[in-house]
Write a protein that binds this ligand. Structure first.
Ligand SMILES: C[S@@+](CC[C@H](N)C(=O)[O-])C[C@H]1O[C@@H](n2cnc3c(N)ncnc32)[C@H](O)[C@@H]1O
Length: 289
């Protein structure tokens, strides 16, 4: 064990007790300090954990607060995730007030942190993990469940807030050899088309997970990929579906959709990251997402 290592058992919702315990343990408040919260603040009453975040901003002059926890509780994966933790009697309390990573960033900035940046774990893995490390991980064992991994990673984030001189040093920046992943590319160009099955809303026959959906202005939702039940079997869905708001619109839209790609789209169609990825054949400009 490292010399001087001390382990304290303290209720983190009691900031004054925490402060006193750290003083008693001889903490040097002026040293550059890393505060790490790995899936722990989310279990606390949000007002208490926000107070803890504010206390840390005031107390540590030169510091970084790194937070790793869940986000996006309202989509199908998020609903299963939150009900799972609730069923274990450990509900994810912070998610009701801070459902998205932008809410978490604002939370830290409002509580006095000078800089704050958060990335979901897909963004983090794609841009901040050096290629040799990616290759090392890929070589550990064969792995092909990328849809599930990406789904899980889209519901966890890493946040770094900085204070004092540490705020002058940017963090969560793309590593140089991976910068091209997020460079803005030229305008998308057509790269093919797929048949789309039109569904009126409310949709009764479309039950999927692991898919990507894209809201096409006010006109409907295009969904592609994922898994679901078909002909009584759970399987990968090949069909692309277009859900539209009213039957009146059915005749108005074509049922083929042209996919556009550009250099910022990795691995073909990714509706979540390529917001400009889909246009209808009939009126491309109107449907720019
Ligand atoms: C999912 S675990 C995370 C484990 C942690 N990252 C670690 O490495 O030990 C959640 C942890 O949060 C802790 N926790 C939850 N509420 C707490 C509180 N009010 N004060 C201190 N710890 C708390 C629990 O005791 C548990 O160890």
């Amino acid at each position: 064990m490292a010399m001087g290592y001390k382990l304290l058992g303290v209720d983190l919702t009691e900031v004054s007790s925490l402060d006193a315990a750290l003083n008693l343990a001889g903490l040097s408040w002026d040293c550059p300090t890393l505060v790490l919260g790995e899936v722990a603040l989310c279990y606390m009453d949000p007002a208490r954990s926000t107070a803890l975040i504010g206390w840390a901003a005031e107390r540590f002059r030169d510091s970084r607060f790194v937070l790793y926890e869940q986000s996006c509780p309202s989509d199908p994966f998020g609903r299963v995730m939150t009900s799972h933790f609730a069923s274990l009697n450990s509900p994810l309390l912070s998610l009701s007030e801070f459902p998205h990573i932008q809410d978490q960033e604002q939370r830290f900035l409002h509580k006095g942190w000078k800089t704050c940046r958060a990335l979901d774990m897909n963004e983090f893995c794609a841009s901040c993990v050096p290629l040799p490390e990616v290759q090392r991980i890929h070589n550990l064992e064969p792995f092909d469940e990328f849809e599930e991994l990406h789904l899980k990673c889209s519901h966890y984030f890493i946040l770094v807030a900085s204070q004092g001189f540490l705020a002058e040093h940017p963090c969560l920046c793309p590593v140089p050899e991976r910068c091209t992943e997020f460079e803005m590319g030229p305008r998308p160009v057509p790269s093919g088309s797929l048949a789309a099955v039109p569904f009126p809303v409310p949709v009764t026959g479309l039950r999927r997970f692991g898919h990507r959906s894209c809201h096409m202005a006010s006109h409907g939702v295009v969904t592609t990929g994922g898994f679901g039940e078909k002909d009584g079997r759970h399987q990968r869905w090949a069909a692309t579906a277009f859900s539209y708001p009213s039957l009146r619109r059915k005749g108005h839209f074509g049922s083929r959709w042209t996919f556009f790609s550009n250099s910022s789209c990795r691995g073909g169609i990714n509706l979540g990251t390529c917001r400009r990825g889909l246009h209808s054949e009939s009126d491309a400009d109107e449907f720019t997402a």
